[in-house]
Design a protein around this ligand. Sequence first.
Ligand SMILES: Nc1ncnc2c1ncn2[C@@H]1O[C@H](COP(=O)(O)OP(=O)(O)O)[C@@H](O)[C@H]1O
Ligand SMILES: O=C(OP(=O)(O)O)[C@H](O)COP(=O)(O)O
Length: 408
Amino acid sequence: MIDTLDDLDVEGTTVGIRVDINSPIADDGGLADDARLQAHVDTLSELLERGGRVAVLAHQGRPGGDDFVSLESHADRLAELLGRPVDYVDANFSVAAREAVDALENGDCVVLENTRFYSEEYMEFEPERAAETHLVQGLAPSLDVYVNDAFAAAHRSQPSLVGFPTVLPGYAGRVMESELDVLGSIEETPEPRIYVLGGAKVSDSIDVAWSVLEKGLADHVLTAGVVGNVFLIADGVDLGDASSDFIYEQGYWDEIDRASDLLDAYGDSIALPRDVAVERDGERYEIGINALPPENEEAAMDIGSSTLEYYERLLEGAGTVILNGPAGVFEEDAFETGTRRLYGMATDVDTSIVGGGDTASALRRLGVEGFSHVSTGGGAALRMLTAEPLPAVTALENGPRQQQPADD
Ligand SMILES: Nc1ncnc2c1ncn2[C@@H]1O[C@H](COP(=O)(O)OP(=O)(O)O)[C@@H](O)[C@H]1O
Ligand SMILES: O=C(OP(=O)(O)O)[C@H](O)COP(=O)(O)O
């Protein structure tokens, strides 16, 4: 059982809140998309309106990446979205950070620096060890309670996610609460249940497929994207050099054997693409599976029209559809068709649940809406769909509960 904001006496309390505002970054270093910031507005507004003193913790990107930038522009955008001032301090647990947090008045908000600028935050720890890190040891004394609203990062066991709730009373924010509500009760959704697994996280998707077929949660698994390509190769289809090389370079070659084992065990319940789209003479060109490999060895970038008709028939009788990962390279106009049409069909199903950061951004870009639930998480949502515990949620469950009276 996890406490929520309903259990928290917010007025005058200094709240350290972990959010996931990890976002695409534009060439100029600013935000290219603010969907993940928008998702946390309700939680942050509630805390501020109820008189909380709010210190925001979050990560952005991974060390070495172009998107590994400071949270200054996130703070500016949050101020616009919240309609109130939001300070930013380029520190996490130093004297400067603690002073900024200690100076908060009721209804004030400060964003601390990208947690991953400190190497400990990019390591995975047991909660007790995470509680001993510089971040937690340094900052926790300035906080009264910890709120975790970062569902999309809850599959990580990094200090800002599992360390704070080990030493402070922990609460789920509104995003976390609603994600756990929906994704934690998949078994109760209407049947038949269809899982659509696309995108590029091949090993995670195969884990999900195994798990949901083994547990009888899925009546059908439909494959698309790179996941579909791996299943086609596992089924003996020669996709051609470009697709094979891509799968090899991404480190997914071993997944072909796992996909093949899965087809042996549950082949009747797994649907594979019947055609693919490649780029030929600068245009989209569809090729049936029987006509593969492509004569010019072009890469399979999307599912084709026959696959879409086939998947539409399967989706027609579904009570629930759970989708993760785009059906193709939606970033290119010629290959967005599969994602637009497949996800569009899914909105007609009684209960439709979508997970994945890229998927959500694809749907926004393509203007596809009308799902029962669009998760803020990719990896975290996938992990929940396999009924595996999320370390950050377990840490909230196991941590101290008692809230101390707020200091003046
Ligand atoms: N056939 C394909 N070939 C190469 N990349 C693909 C293909 N289909 C989808 N993708 C890529 O998969 C990426 C998204 O996958 P993923 O990260 O698994 O999604 P999510 O973040 O929603 O979980 C996109 O960048 C998209 O271009
Ligand atoms: O974007 C995220 O996850 P996602 O790509 O699975 O949606 C989270 O912010 C976690 O980031 P990470 O995968 O760098 O730990």
